[in-house]
Design a protein around this ligand. Structure first.
Ligand code: ZN
Length: 136
């Protein structure tokens, strides 16, 4: 498995100790963490890391194609290291976000006048009956 330093270098990012501490969690997680959750995890590795560094680094990772954001509401953005197209299912009760394969949902989106569709991403909400999140 590639180290976080390798992943950062390949993406054109200089691997500082702070970026590695953040990347070790956020680039390998199977969850969809918020910036606050990334901060808590990064501080386990590097207790002095600042909130500003977390936001700057997450922004850098997004810009360089290592992470994508998922905006669940204007005040709730989470980060997703899975860059393959996929959908999400959000459990109403637990708030857990599960990845759903692209082909599990069919969407017809071929023709919208005046819009070029770049990506289709569906957010399903409801209740999960099985615990499928391997990270928890
Ligand atoms: Zn996802």
């Amino acid at each position: 498995m590639k180290t976080v330093s390798d992943i950062l270098r390949q993406a054109g990012i200089t691997p500082s100790s702070q970026r590695i501490a953040i990347g070790e969690f956020v680039l390998h997680t199977a969850t969809h963490p918020s910036a606050d959750e990334v901060l808590a995890e990064a501080r386990k590795r590097l207790p002095s890391i600042s909130v500003a560094t977390i936001y700057n680094t997450l922004h850098l990772f997004v810009e360089h194609g290592l992470l994508r954001t998922l905006e669940l509401s204007p005040s709730h953005t989470v980060y997703d290291p899975c860059m393959e197209p996929h959908h999400h299912f959000i459990d109403d009760q637990t708030g857990h976000i599960h990845d759903i394969p692209l082909d599990a949902v069919s969407v017809t989106h071929n023709h919208f006048d005046g819009f070029d569709v770049r990506e289709v991403q569906v957010i399903l909400r409801g209740r999960s009956h099985t615990q499928t999140n391997p990270a928890s």
